[in-house]
Design a binder for this molecule. Structure first.
Ligand code: HEM
Ligand code: HEM
Length: 243
C-alpha cells in the first residue's frame, strides 16, 4: 500500500469512527432529554399512528417547509431527494455482489448529481442574495453548503468529465472495510478532493446543524400526541418529584 492510500485509509477510519460514535452519542442524548411540557404544533395528531404519519410527511415531503415557503421547499427538497439517490447509488462501491435494487438505481443516482448541485447552488444563492437570510446566516451555514457543493461537483467531474478507475477504487474500499490493505486507491486528484470533502463532512456532522437529520425524530413539537386532556403528561423527572 502506498503512502497516499495509507493516509486516506486512516482518514477514512477516523472519519467513520467520529461520525458513528458522535451521531450515536447525540441520539442517546436526544433520547434522554426530558420533554417536560406538551408542545406539539397544532393542529396535532390525536394518536401515535397519527404522529408516525406526521413525521413521515415531514421527513419524506418536508410538509411544514412546503407550507412555509415554496421556493425554499423546492430547492431543499430537490437537494435532499437527489442526495438520497446519490448515496444509495454509492452503495455499489462498498458491497460485493451489488444488490439488484442498487443496480437498478444506478442511472437515477447518476443524474441526481445535477439535482443535488442545482438545489445546493440555489440554497447558497438564497443565503447571499436575500438580505433577511444573509443577516441570520453564520459561517457554518455557508461552509455546509460549500462543502456539499465541492462533494457534488468533484463527484460529477468523475462521473461525467474525467472518469476514475472504479474497479480499483472498489477493490481499495472493500480492502479498507475488511482490513486488507493490498490495493491502492487510483491516483486521481479529483477523487482525493472528493474523499477529503466527504471525510471532512463526516467529521463535522456530529457537531453541526446536519444533526437535524436524526434531530427531527426527537422534536417535541412534531413527535408529541395531542392528548393532554385524556392523559396527564409527566416528564420522568417530574414523576420522581411527585412520590
Ligand atoms: C432525515 C433526513 C433529513 C431531513 C428530514 C432534512 C430536512 C431538512 C429541512 C426541512 C431543511 C430546511 C430547509 C430550510 O428551511 O432552509 C434542511 C436543511 C438542510 N439540510 Fe437537511 N434533512 C435531512 C438530512 C440531511 C443530510 C443527511 C444532509 C447532508 C449530509 C442535509 C443537509 C442540509 C443542509 C446543508 C441544509 C441547509 C440548507 C440551507 O442552507 O438553507 N440534510 N434539511
Ligand atoms: C467514502 C465515500 C465515497 C466514495 C468512495 C465516493 C466515490 C465516488 C466516485 C468514485 C464517484 C464517481 C462515480 C462514477 O464515475 O461513476 C462519485 C461520484 C459522486 N459522489 Fe461520491 N463518494 C463517496 C461519498 C460521497 C458522499 C457522502 C456524497 C454526497 C454527500 C457523494 C456525492 C457524489 C456525487 C454527487 C457524485 C456524482 C454522481 C454519481 O456518480 O453518483 N459521494 N463518488
Amino acid at each position: 500500500m502506498g503512502f497516499l492510500t495509507g493516509f486516506y485509509a486512516l482518514f477514512f477510519y477516523v472519519a467513520v469512527l467520529i461520525f458513528l460514535v458522535g451521531v450515536g452519542h447525540k441520539i442517546y442524548e436526544y433520547a434522554r432529554t426530558p420533554a417536560p411540557l406538551k408542545v406539539p404544533t397544532m393542529p396535532a395528531p390525536l394518536t401515535t399512528t397519527g404522529v408516525a404519519w406526521r413525521l413521515t410527511t415531514e421527513v419524506v415531503f418536508f410538509k411544514s417547509l412546503f407550507r412555509a415557503n415554496k421556493w425554499i421547499w423546492i430547492l431543499g427538497w430537490v437537494f435532499h431527494f437527489c442526495l438520497l439517490l446519490v448515496l444509495l447509488r454509492h452503495l455499489r462501491y462498498f458491497i460485493d455482489p451489488v444488490w439488484l435494487w442498487v443496480d437498478l438505481l444506478q442511472p437515477f443516482g447518476k443524474y441526481a448529481a445535477f439535482g443535488m448541485v442545482a438545489g445546493l447552488a440555489g440554497l447558497l444563492l438564497r443565503r447571499i442574495v436575500v438580505e433577511r437570510i444573509r443577516y441570520i446566516s453564520n459561517p457554518s451555514d455557508y461552509i455546509m453548503l460549500i462543502l456539499l457543493l465541492i462533494i457534488g461537483m468533484s463527484g460529477s467531474m468523475m462521473t461525467f468529465v474525467k472518469h476514475t478507475d472504479i474497479v480499483q477504487l472498489k477493490a481499495a474500499f472493500l480492502g479498507f472495510l475488511s482490513l486488507n490493505w493490498q490495493y491502492n486507491l487510483p491516483a486521481d486528484p479529483i477523487l482525493f478532493v472528493h474523499l477529503t470533502a466527504v471525510f471532512a463532512l463526516m467529521i463535522v456532522f456530529p457537531f453541526s446543524k446536519l444533526l437535524h437529520a436524526p434531530g427531527i425524530f426527537f422534536s417535541p413539537s412534531r413527535n408529541q400526541v395531542d392528548n393532554a386532556r385524556e392523559k396527564r403528561h409527566l416528564a420522568p423527572w417530574a414523576a420522581k418529584l411527585e412520590n
